[in-house]
Design a protein around this ligand. Structure first.
Ligand SMILES: *Cc1c(COP(=O)(O)O)cnc(C)c1O
Length: 459
């Protein structure tokens, strides 16, 4: 008999997945080519090897359906995996909805978010490839914290370029990274050519993810192979690592005796959403399920709902490989909203392709409505969510209210990608100082197609 009152659905350590799931093996959308940012020709393995170790490059291009998770990685996953699947019964009551709301809680990770799911394997595959030092960027600080912890565990030095607005506004994230042994620099920084060029234009530059990526990549590219670069989202291998979320959730929904009608996640570069959604999308593509997939972005960085699908640089200075993605343009500087992890101009190529093919839907939500949902959720469930994750909560609540209106029993599953205990200044601002919504102006999108780099398509 299923326990009708159960709230948390637990798995044991032996249920931690032994394989990552590769969406490219089943996606009806073929993988899109990647171009060298300098020559605009197809990228070579050599160019990628300046930045990434070989095993991660192989994961980037593999068409194998399942990629084994090394035991060394599973051992560290055991510090926090499997994460809980929780039925938000108290929120359901507050909303007076017939919908059943479940969330996968990735904030149980010691680094505070899902980012550790990819940080651990990235550090591991670098370690076994002989890497002693890495560089990376961080927006709100979640990715930097995760990679700092993982690098510490594998004895790799780490330099983090942290978006200046967050460096100033989230000092405790910097302290966590330093506690784990990383060196943290505000970006733009005087340490790199690209950083100096932005500082010349504006000494108090707030920075952006795109700029911080340029700096981290520049340091790795100019290290003569000594330093490798790690990216916390967007790339195929990051989507791959994050599928542990969805594989666990499939088993946990089974324990609950239900199956989601809709799967929801917030999207910055797309990794936490994809990590939850892809295993469920695999089941749908088998023809067995009718699930909808809903990606939620801020109105301040609406790459899916307002961007265009084309080839663009992954960074602002134009030194990172060119990917096919939904993009707002690599020089896009978004409104300074509090969900720093969502302030990225592009979207993961795999997810972009699925969205373009109509297999995934997207919606953009405004910042004040997001915090209203975050606080409603915190008061009902006792968890203060990360501002990024609260975008998913907003949309989950909207789905639950829509189900109430239509008198439907709808099963909703969303990803609570992280906790917000280091984002309290954002809550303070919402509660006491007024908050803006964040939007794009038409001027920012003007002539976007013409501004994208022209690549040399083969054939
Ligand atoms: C980084 C981050 C995100 C956004 O990145 P994705 O790659 O889209 O998942 C979302 N939530 C949290 C808590 C984050 O730290």
């Amino acid at each position: 008999m299923k326990n009708q009152e159960q709230t948390r659905y637990h798995l044991s350590e032996s249920d931690i997945p032994r394989f990552w799931y590769n969406m490219n093996a089943d996606s009806p959308v073929p993988p899109t080519p990647v171009f060298n940012p300098v020559t605009k020709d197809l990228i070579t393995k050599d160019a990628l090897e300046a930045l990434f170790p070989l095993p991660l490059i192989e994961q980037e291009i593999t068409m194998e359906r399942y990629v084994p998770i090394p035991e060394e990685v599973r051992e560290i996953y055991k510090l926090y995996r499997p994460t809980s699947l929780i039925r938000a019964r108290r929120l359901e009551k507050v909303l007076d909805t017939p919908a059943h709301i479940y969330f996968k809680y990735e904030g149980e990770s010691p680094a505070g978010s899902h980012k550790l799911n990819s940080a651990i394997p990235q550090a591991f595959f670098n370690k076994i490839s002989g890497t002693h030092a890495m560089t990376t960027e961080t927006g709100a600080g979640q990715w930097g914290s995760a990679l700092a912890m993982a690098c510490q565990m594998f004895g790799i030095d780490l330099e983090v370029f942290m978006v200046n607005a967050s460096f100033l506004g989230k000092p405790y994230r910097r302290v966590i990274m330093e506690t784990f042994g990383a060196q943290v620099f505000a970006s733009p920084s005087p340490r790199t050519k690209s950083g100096r060029s932005y500082l010349e234009k504006r000494p108090d530059h707030p920075g952006s993810l795109g700029i911080a990526i340029s700096e981290a990549v520049e340091v790795a590219a100019e290290s003569g192979g000594k330093k490798k670069y790690g990216l916390g989202s967007v790339l195929n291998h990051v989507m791959l690592h994050q599928t542990v979320i969805g594989e666990e959730a499939l088993k946990q929904m089974d324990l609950a005796g239900e199956y989601p009608d809709v799967v929801i996640g917030c999207v910055g570069g797309g990794s936490n959403f994809s990590g939850l959604a892809f295993p469920f999308l695999r089941e749908k593509l088998k023809g067995e399920q009718q699930t909808r997939f809903l990606a939620v972005e801020p109105t301040a960085t609406p790459s899916l709902t307002r961007g265009i699908y084309g080839f663009d640089y992954g960074d602002s200075a134009g030194i990172v490989p060119i990917l096919k993605m939904y993009t707002l343009g690599s020089n896009f500087i978004p409104d300074p909203i509090h969900a720093g992890g969502l302030r990225y101009h592009g979207m993961a190529p795999i997810l972009s392709g699925l969205y373009n093919a109509g297999l995934v839907e997207a919606v953009a939500v405004e910042q004040r409505a997001v915090f209203e949902a975050a606080i409603q959720f915190a008061r009902a469930e006792g968890i203060v969510p990360a501002p990024e994750s609260a975008h998913a909560i907003r949309t989950a609540i909207d789905e639950a209210l829509d189900a109430r209106e239509k008198g439907e029993k709808r099963v909703i599953l969303f990803n609570l990608s992280g906790h917000g205990m280091l984002d309290l200044s954002a809550y303070d601002q919402y509660l006491h100082n007024g908050m803006t919504n964040g939007a794009v102006s038409e001027a920012q999108l003007d002539g976007l197609a013409e501004r994208l780099p022209k690549v040399n398509l083969p054939g």
